[in-house]
Structure formats: C-alpha cells, structure tokens
Design a binder for this molecule. Sequence first.
Ligand code: NAP
Length: 366
Amino acid sequence: MAEKKLGVLIHGAGWVSGEHIKAFNQNPHTEVVAISSRRLESCRKRAEEAGLENIAFYTDYEKALAHEGVDIVSVCTPQQLHPENTIAAAEAGKHIVIEKAVANNPKDMRAMADAVNKAGVKTVVSFVLRWNPLFTTLKSLIADDAIGDVFYTETDYQHDIASWWTGYEEGRTKALGVSAMLVAGCHALDACRWFASKDPNAAAVPVEVFAYSGGYRKGLEVEYDYFANTWKKAPPLEYDDLEVVLIKFSNGALGKVSTNYGCIMPYGFPVEVFGTRGTIKDNRIWSHKFPGQNDWVTIPSIQPVSSDVKHHPFQGEMDHFVECILNDRESHCNLADAVHTHSIVFAALQCYETKQPVKLPLQEMV
Ligand SMILES: NC(=O)c1ccc[n+]([C@@H]2O[C@H](COP(=O)([O-])OP(=O)(O)OC[C@H]3O[C@@H](n4cnc5c(N)ncnc54)[C@H](OP(=O)(O)O)[C@@H]3O)[C@@H](O)[C@H]2O)c1
C-alpha cells in the first residue's frame, strides 16, 4: 500500500513561501495540500508557479488549520505574525516550520516556546544556511577536530536590505521589523553559534552579550541605486543599519557578529573560525590534519553568496525536518535552539539602552 504523505499547509504566500512549496513538493514523504494568505490571488499565484492543482486556498487561517490532512504548517508570514501563527498551529497539533525572525520580543517568544512544549509538536526555524553546502562541510570538519577546539568565531551579514525586498515596507519599521539584527542579521548570529560548537548536532549556547549600533542609513529617505551608482529616493529605515555584537559562549569561546545594511557591495557573508589547531576563513582551511600544507587548502563548494531565496538550501532544511518528524527526533534547529539566537538580538537591544553587558538567559526566558 502506498505510504500516506504528510500534508503541508503553507501560510503567507509571499517570496519565501515559493521555496518552501518547492522543497515540500520534492520531498517524497510530503505534499502541499493547502495555501493560506491575506489575499486569495497570492495563494493562486504560488500554486500556479509550482504547478499545483486541486489544492485548497484560504484567507482564514483557522479554517486552513482545520483543513483535512494537514500535518505540517509552514509559517511564512511577516515576522510580527509568527508568534500568533505558531501558537495557533501548535494548539491545532501541527508540526511547524517557523520563518525567522520567530518573534519581535522575548515575551512573545516565551509564549511560543510554551505552546510548542505543551503541544509536543516538532519545529524547525529557517536558519537555512545550516544546510548550505559550505556550512555542512565546515561543521563536519570542526566536529572532526580539524581545527582543534574553537575559541573564536566571527560572522557577518553584509547586505543592503532595501525596497527590493517584498517585506521591506513593514520590515524597515521599528514597530514591525525592530532591528537589523532581528530582520536579517540573525542568520549571522546563528552561524556564529553553529560554528562555535564542535558538537555536530548543536550550536553554542550564549551566556553574555555586549553590543553597539550605528551606521548612517537610519532616517535617510534614500537607498543606493546600483545601476546608476548613486542614491535614489526610498522610504527610510527606522532603526540603525549597523550592529556589532560580542558574545561569550558557555564553552568559553567568544563570538563577534555584525549586521551591515549600509555596505555598498554585493551580498557578503564572511565566516572565520579560529581553533587551537587550525583556522577556517570562508572556504579556506589551515589544519593540523594536513601536516604538509604550505598554503591554505581551498574547499570547492557552494558558498553563501546570494540573498535570493532561490539560492538558499530550503530542500536540505525541509528534508531534515521531515526526517525528524518521521523518526520522532528533535531538530538541532528547533524553536528551543532559536531562542538562544534571538535572545542575543534582544540582549543587544538592551545594551543600546543600558550601555552594560547583558547576561543570558534573559529574565523572560528563565
Ligand atoms: N530564511 C530565509 O532565508 C528567509 C528569506 C526570506 C524571507 N524570510 C522570512 O520569511 C518571512 C516572509 O518574508 P517574505 O520575504 O516572503 O515576505 P513577503 O514576500 O512580504 O511575504 C509575506 C506574505 O505574508 C502574507 N501576509 C501578510 N500579512 C498577512 C496576514 N495578516 N495574514 C495572512 N497572510 C499575510 C502576505 O500576503 P498577501 O500576498 O496574501 O497579501 C505575503 O504574501 C519573513 O519573516 C522573512 O524574514 C526568510
């Protein structure tokens, strides 16, 4: 008898959702059975793009959650909606893919974590770069002791988030986007945590944070035009475009992470990992495992060089999540883990007010 596939509901039919749909369609154990969004036309557009027929469309999320055969919900709405969308999905007993950022404040994040724990459902948070081919190679090398014990990791999100992004109108605001680190730089925080741990299945746990914010774009009613090589009129960012965060981890390693929306350059995501017996700089490695090396060994691999969601390894993320569900295993990238990454973001915001280091876990998460 043919295996019954896990049914997927996609909620929020925008840019990133197209890649979630593609990945679940290609997984042999899942099928997209419904799409819900604010507007029916967006649901239709995504279904047409993916060649999906005979699936249901909803503008009412509660009704969509009640659609027969839904086992997994992919929450692809704007970030301020993720807590209520996740809590409703958990209460309906669904496994959940949660797009980053998971929440705009620690209180909402706590409520989500409580709902997920109570329901006993599985989650994965879309820190999708954990499945980037270079990242999987680096993590496996670090776990294999290729650079000894990691004592310092530096990662950066260098990209001028602006009106090219479909979510910019809300994401640029203080009320809905909150900060550059929350909207986009959380990917670099997650990478810093991921490489600071030698455990192949875990990211390092942050215990203290200090941060500065600055830059020059906040309030400016312009953005850079790469075709004309000049500035053009655009709605302003309501928060600082540059954040630099220092992190102490429970294993003794230190991390430094920046989010830089002010850089004028192609998308960049540099990674440096320093260990007691070697070093990684992007796709180059110096390792005690290569005793005769007299130059960096270069790993030919796909690197994180694009912000386009089509370039992101969502297939790897969704295949991993389906495997976790089928084998009743927790993902290393579940909501409980993402709480650590987001706590760094919220701690940084506290630093800008108090000018003092912040110890983790945050009060709200204890
Ligand atoms: N992991 C990654 O690498 C990655 C990459 C890109 C984005 N993201 C994250 O994914 C999330 C979505 O981003 P996006 O770029 O896809 O944004 P987007 O293109 O603006 O899509 C958001 C979608 O949510 C829908 N929506 C808005 N309000 C809604 C509501 N009240 N009820 C139901 N649906 C609603 C919109 O609906 P309508 O079209 O129906 O009006 C829109 O289609 C963000 O949190 C973003 O940070 C993550």
